[in-house]
Design a protein around this ligand. Structure first.
Ligand SMILES: *Cc1c(COP(=O)(O)O)cnc(C)c1O
Length: 406
């Protein structure tokens, strides 16, 4: 293999790429399972899961084969034509969920754009054009496009981008009374994540979600879930909504859906089947056969390797180990352990700088990410092995034992 100069690549990155991210000073070029290698051959245990995306890990052979085969057969058609893979994937999703129809997008933000547009359009088409208000929650994250950003309840992401889409209201997460006070005769829809991901792994109570369902039904508003991060087996159920038994009217999916290939979707119940009439919404790439082949491969791996059940048991193992670190092993840096399945957050004490913890973990060859305020986030591949969890937690324990309490 040709020798690559990592520093030269980093120099080029610093002048050729926008500075909107803050990546560490190495360049990845290979991945396999739960490991990645930089261009100099240094290996890392990667439990970031590409931010809850790589549900089958890096370069799973089934994914590689499906993508290679599909690339040589048919990659793209545009939405002017049906393609076989798209139809198959839509049918698979409707078979596995309470939803009846699927619209394909290319990312989480795009899935949420479709979600917001169908909510207003459906009300418009069903005799309630005055229902335009969307109610979202503080601490939520729904993406970076103008529409998705407009319903994202975190000021830092919005600053300097205003004015955003109008008629959006925010209320406290997990606060049913606040939602009751906000939903009125002008409300198109209520939007929540079953677990706030970027916001810090805060789980929505089952009773809260059930209360939202009843509230929306009583007052003629639609209930929308953003399962971009919680969906696709992440929490130990195909969709996180199964824990509460609540089916929203529409739901956004992405992240795990393509297992690393850009793919997202809006899934709706039959009630909203006519919500996007011809010409009302679309995407040139959305549902392209290559992306849908990746999506079908993800589902085949999920079934063949029992990934949803493994997400539940491995997630329980991870949570229990973190709890025991906090309770039995005296790692007082951990304030709280929360989440469901393999979507787990260890909230660190205020005095522990989480970014420095991540740097120290990287030095030990373990990649993790953060969420919200001071939360160490675990959203690893669903096929992560218990011994890989052990290896990561050993490093976490060492780092937190010696963590600077700034
Ligand atoms: C990541 C995420 C998004 C945005 O997805 P992109 O693919 O980055 O556009 C939206 N909603 C939730 C809940 C997410 O976690």
């Amino acid at each position: 293999m040709e020798k690559v100069d990592q520093q030269e690549l980093l120099n080029t990155a610093s002048t050729a790429q926008m500075a909107n991210y803050r990546p560490p000073a190495f360049v990845l070029s290979r991945g396999q399972g739960r490991h990645v290698w930089d261009v100099e051959g240094k290996r890392y245990l990667d439990l970031t899961g590409g931010i809850a995306v790589l549900c089958a890990g890096h370069s799973h052979p089934t994914m590689v084969q499906a993508l290679t085969e599909q690339a040589s057969r048919l990659m793209h058609t545009s939405n002017m034509f049906y393609n076989d893979r798209g139809i198959e994937l839509a049918a698979e999703i409707t078979r596995r969920t309470a939803f009846d129809r699927v619209y394909f997008a290319n990312s989480g933000a795009e899935a949420n754009e479709a979600l917001l547009k169908i909510a207003r359009k459906w009300q418009f088409l069903h005799g309630a054009p005055e229902r335009t208000k969307i109610i979202s929650t503080h601490g939520s994250f729904h993406g970076r496009t103008m529409g998705a950003l407009s319903v994202t309840g975190q000021p830092a992401y919005r600053k300097g981008m205003e004015p955003l889409v109008g008629d959006i209201t925010f209320v406290g997460f997990n606060d049913l009374a606040a939602m009751e006070a906000a939903v009125d005769s002008k409300t198109a829809a209520v939007l929540v994540e079953p677990i706030q991901g970027e916001g810090g792994l805060t789980v929505a109570g089952d009773a809260y979600l059930q209360g939202l369902r009843k509230l929306c039904d009583d007052r003629g508003a639609l209930l929308l879930f953003d399962e971009v991060q919680t969906g696709y087996g992440r929490t130990g159920r195909f969709l996180a909504q199964e824990w509460s038994g609540v089916t929203p009217d529409a739901c956004a999916l992405a992240k795990g859906m393509g297992g690393g290939f850009p793919l997202g979707a809006l899934a709706v119940t039959e009630k909203l089947a006519d919500g996007l009439p011809p010409g009302s919404h679309g995407s040139t790439y959305g549902g392209n056969p290559l992306a849908c082949a990746a999506g079908l491969a993800v589902l085949r791996i999920m079934d063949g390797e029992d990934l949803i059940a493994r997400a539940e048991t491995t997630g329980q193992y991870l949570s229990a180990r973190l709890h025991s670190m906090k309770e039995q092993q005296g790692i007082s840096a951990i304030e709280e352990v929360r989440g469901r399945g393999l979507m787990v957050g260890a909230k660190l004490k205020e005095s522990i700088p989480v970014l420095q913890v991540l740097v120290a973990l990287r030095d030990k060859g373990v990649l993790l990410t953060r969420a919200g305020h001071n939360v160490l986030r675990f959203v690893p591949p669903l096929n992560t092995l218990p011994e890989e969890i052990d290896e990561a937690l050993l490093a976490v324990k060492e780092v937190l034992t010696h963590a600077p309490t700034s």
